[in-house]
Structures are given as C-alpha cells and as structure tokens.
Design a protein around this ligand. Sequence first.
Ligand code: NAP
Length: 309
Amino acid sequence: MKQRSTTERYTLADLENWRRTAGDVDPPIRLGVFGDPVAHSLSPQMQNAALREYEIRVQYARFHIRANELRSALRFLRQLDFIGINLTVPHKIAAFAQIDAANESATRAGAVNTIRVRDRKLIGSNTDGEGFLRAIRSQFSVDIRDLRILIIGAGGGTGHAIAWQCALENCERLVLVNRTLEKANALAERLRPFFAGPRVLGPVARLEAVAWDEAALRAQLGDVDLIVNATPVGMSPSDPTPIPARLLAPHHMVFDAVYSPSKTSLLRAADEAGARGANGLSMLLHQGALAFQIWFDREAPIEAMRRAL
Ligand code: NAP
C-alpha cells in the first residue's frame, strides 16, 4: 500500500481518474478541501490530526479546483466514496446552487463551506458563522451580541455567513462594506428585520451598507468596536491592507479571517494603531470542529486539532 503525504495537492483530472490516482492510498482519502488557491490551507493538518486521534482510517487532502471546474468536481464527488468536503475561496456561494440539499445555516447565508455526501447526494451546511462567533469569544473574550461590527467583504461567502451570525445574535450594530456595493445593499435588506429593535445607540443607524472608500470608512469607524476582514486580501504578503492604519484606533478589535500568513497586512496596521488583532486561525479551528461533527455525528477532538495548528 502507498502511504501518501497529505500535503499533496490533487486536481480535477485526479478526481476524474480517482480510482487510478488514489485507489491504493492507505488510509483512503475520503475527505478534503476544494479551493483556488488551496496550497495555504491548514485544514488537512487539522482534520488529519482529528482522524488520527479517533483512529478513523481516512485521510483528508487538498484539491486545487478552479471556479470553472466546481460543477464537474461536485459531479465526481457524488460518484465517489467520499464522506464529505470543505469548500473555500472562491466556491462557497457558487456551490450553494449546485448541491442537492442545504441545512438552515447554508440556506441563510446562501453559501456552503461543508458538504456531507449521503446516498450520492450532496448535503450542504455552513459552519463559518458559528466558527466566527466562537473565535471572537476565545480571541477577545467578548460576545458578538455586545459589539458594533464592521465587515469588509460582506458580498462573499464568508462575509455572508458572518453577517448572518451577527444578525442572529442581534449585535449592537452592523456595517456591511463591499467592493461591489450592490451586494452589501442586498444583504442589508435581508438582514433589516433583525435590526428593527429598540437598542439605543444615539444618532447612528444600527444597520448600514457603505461603499469601500476612505471617507465612508472614516465616518463609520468611530461607532465600531470590531472590524472583520472577510476578503482574501492579505493572503499574499504583498497585498495592501484593506483598512489603512491611519483609520484604526486603539479601541478597535481587528479580526482577519485570513490566517496565512499569520501576520497579515491588516494585522500589521492594527499593531501600528495600537489596536488588538487576531488572525483567522481560531475561526479555522472552530468551523473545522463543527464540520467534523457534521461528517461523523460526534463531537470533534478539538484539543488534538488545536495542537495540530
Ligand atoms: P469569496 O466568496 O470569493 O468572497 C470574496 C469577497 O472578497 C467578496 O466580498 C469580494 O468582493 C471581496 N474581494 C475579493 N477580492 C477583493 C479585492 N482584491 N479587493 C476588495 N475586495 C475583494 O471568498 P470567501 O470564501 O468568502 O473567502 C474570503 C476569505 O476568508 C479567504 O481569504 C478565506 O481564506 C477566508 N476564510 C477564512 C476562514 C477561517 O476559518 N479562518 C473561513 C472562511 C474563509 P466583491 O463582491 O466585490 O467581488
């Protein structure tokens, strides 16, 4: 039997010839993550640690699947002996329209990060929102319901899931920012009923969608506690910061969903401004533990997963 490294990256062509490519890999690959890029993903090391901890003879691998390959990849997945997969950038929203059923968390967000394969059907869930909630609690020792939150990238799959979680928790205030403003406006319309209640915040609106420009951000940031980056900006070390340090203040908490590199351009800006910052590693851990629970109907070995990260 071949023992294959789990850092290896598979492609759509491999899925097409799966039995030939990986049929003799032991333990068999029956879980994975689809993304583009995907090389940075730490999910394999975390999920493989969980599988080893419970002595489940299955491996979790990376699949480099481009946006235009997702439909075919999901078609192959239905035919193969997979337990499930995770989806990362840029697939979460596109996958929602291509699965066979979705649970409440995925339907709400219109985005999927976890699929369980059952009887050749793809059942979608979204663990990003709950993972975010747990990450903020563990990183900053606060609950999102007590915060005024600004999300950059509110038009993407992760931004949607996080925004819905903030609405369900009835956070104090929510500001949605997106490069394509129409998407943030559309999301704000759907979330408006959650913010109709009578929390007293002075003159500022509890829910707003604003353009991603310096003047608009400056006008908002005085009435914001937590800033969340839910865009992929920062994944490359040469990326600019999504919010310049000059707009940040020491009272801000800055959460970057990006976790690789561990110190993103935004977190460097937070340091410069004297603000507290945290990267997405803790969210990765919690959303991954919830995904494990979906695949195996049992609590994930979270300490083993944490150690692996
Ligand atoms: P996605 O669905 O492709 O969404 C991308 C979002 O970012 C959209 O709102 C998009 O704006 C915006 N965007 C993309 N490139 C941009 C740019 N150059 N400038 C400004 N805005 C840009 O991606 P996703 O799946 O939500 O993932 C987003 C990030 O979150 C990724 O880095 C991913 O690794 C990270 N993430 C981390 C965790 C974790 O556990 N830590 C979990 C989930 C995701 P438009 O609408 O204008 O296109």
